[in-house]
Design a protein. Sequence first.
Length: 334
Amino acid sequence: MRLRSAKAQQHPRSAIQQTHSAARGIETLLGERMKKYLSLLPGLLILAASLPAVSLRPAPLKIVTTIFPLSEFAKEVAADRGEVSLLLPPGAGVHTWQPRASDILRLSSADLVIQVGAGLEPWIPGLLKSISSRKLIILAVADSLPLREHTEEEEGKAERDPHVWLDFGLDMVIADLIAAKLTEIDPSSASVFRAGAGRLKARLQKLDAAYSLGLGHCAGRSLIIGGHAAFGYLAERYGLKQISVSGLNPDAEALPRRLISTIVQGREQGVRAIFAEANTSPRMAEALAKELHAEVLFLHAASNLNKKEWESGRSFFDIMEENLRNLRRGLACE
């Protein structure tokens, strides 16, 4: 008779016990590993919390502006969804500045260029022609605004006045124009742009109210400018009359007839002050003031800042508030 093998002779209950014993061993091993992993969990959570959050938001839009006020407005409207830069270097004049090769490169990588238009930036058409970027969008704010016309008495022809940012009511429209254009480019951030435009308009409304109140009761209403006619919008909004010696062109020389006419008007109206343009030569204003026994006060058109102003962090609103103080003094306002 054949003998059964040892394996065959093993009792079934013994095999089951061995199986249970092996399972308990695996459970014990897994339990120890789980405890080890759980002990590491708090440290992993702390490490995760310390790492910078990965944002799914798109990169900020690159926005380039031609003048300082548009730069200020764009920063307010775009908030953290925009990186805003100004084309003009400190001290450069918007009418006469010439772009550099580096400016072409900067515009080539931009998403939006905001300009005034209406002839303010005579260099902008040629600059934009040199840009081959397909994504670049241009916003010329003057194309959507009602422009005042400035007429030269000697020549008898009317010119469009591009100094729109000195009308705070039009600035509120510009805020909405910027928000709308940014929304076209980045619809997902529309609420950010609307909120930014709302904040900007609230500040402009407050500034407009301060001008209306501050210039409401003045002994004088004539604004004699010893420079070019940059303040026509401001004058019209608050019931003042701008009298300038060189028209809209800042490089034009004052005609003798206009100087005589300005002096005559100044004497008839008993002006107390002649206003010179900030960051330009005050010689013409000083000559007029000497003839009229008046003082020289400065008004800032704010199209750009000088280096000192840039470094000090002056804002558009700082400049407009200082203008109001000088206007009230020069016009003898209550």
